[in-house]
Design a binder for this molecule. Structure first.
Ligand code: ZN
Length: 320
């Protein structure tokens, strides 16, 4: 995917879900896209969303993914011994603490020397993750596994996270229909329960830290763990409150539906039923477990009983 670079600092900018404005998370500059760019990104989002309705056929999927990777770019990092590390990535974005590069089976975080301590903060935060014993295996799949780290020339650092081939940054899908946002909320509620269980506040739970697998409707909290930590503590100047996880979950849902994080979601017929809007606009329950139970009620009110989701199910048939 082509990057829009910040005219002020040169960093890659983040697009809003409706592909009209780009924001630099690094220096705060904003930029209104021209029609050509808007059309390009809308087309790109549409292409990504077509993955949602792709059949179970492994070959068709591979073909589609291969096509997508033809648009990948290369980036070289220099090691102190003069060797280079080459990364082929589909998407990159600049966060105040790190640049991230989404490669086919990895996510690579690149830290400048002044942010090198974020590597240890990332490792430490995920080492605090524990799972209710019965679920250890499956739940840990949705959180980062560190594949390796590299020291670069000039004290810069790389941190490499494992990811599945079919897992893509949530940001790449643009705005989504209410039904798709609904399954994403379900997965995020699940992730928030794990955070709650561990007394962890993530602080950067947002569209850029979430990856999804569009085929099997799963979501992963891979990104930005350097700002995560125990409830009621400070990290990197941020006060950590576990309740913010559920507030941020709602902001993600708003943005995915095409609203701004500080706007109220307006109900829209079958696409955004009243109960879905009420859930997103309302306050979170006292903890993630209660919030998840509340979401389950609202989900049924919004879309009725959940049906088995077939891989090749059309959008409108996911919830009936
Ligand atoms: Zn900038």
């Amino acid at each position: 995917m082509k990057n829009i670079l910040c005219k002020n600092c040169g960093g890659s900018m983040i697009l809003d879900a409706s592909a009209t404005t780009a924001v630099c998370k690094y220096c705060g500059s904003t930029y209104v896209l021209n029609h050509e760019d808007t059309d390009y990104y809308k087309q790109f989002y549409k292409r990504m969303r077509s993955f949602f309705t792709l059949s179970k056929d492994e070959q068709a999927r591979r073909l589609k993914a291969d096509e997508l990777w033809e648009t990948a770019e290369d980036k070289k990092f220099e090691c102190p011994d003069g060797k280079d590390i080459e990364v082929r990535y589909l998407y990159s974005h600049k966060d105040p603490a790190a640049d991230s590069y989404t490669a086919r089976r990895n996510i690579i975080y690149h830290f400048e020397e002044k942010n090198a301590d974020c590597v240890e903060k990332f490792r430490k935060a995920i080492s605090m993750l524990d799972y209710p014993s019965a679920d250890t295996k499956s739940l840990s799949d949705f959180f980062p596994h560190i594949n390796g780290g590299f020291e670069l020339e000039g004290g810069e650092r790389l941190l490499v996270i494992t990811k599945g081939e079919d897992e893509y940054p949530l940001r790449l899908f643009g705005t989504l229909s209410g039904r798709h946002v609904a399954w994403i909320i379900s997965r995020l509620e699940n992730l928030c329960c794990v955070l709650e269980y561990n007394g962890l506040a993530h602080a950067d739970l947002n569209i850029d830290s979430i990856y999804i697998n569009p085929y099997d409707h799963t979501a992963f909290l891979y990104g930005n763990w350097w700002n995560a930590g125990k409830h009621n503590t400070h990290t990197r100047g941020i006060f950590l409150d576990v309740a913010d996880n559920l507030v941020n979950l709602r902001k993600i849902a708003k943005e995915l539906l095409g609203f701004k994080a500080d706007e109220k979601v307006i109900p829209d017929g079958d696409n955004i039923p009243q109960a879905l809007a009420d859930f997103i606009n309302g306050s979170p329950k006292v903890n993630a477990y209660e919030d998840f139970a509340y979401w389950d009620e609202m989900l049924i009110k919004a879309f009725g009983e959940r049906k088995f989701i077939n891989m090749d199910t059309e959008d409108g048939e996911i919830y009936k």
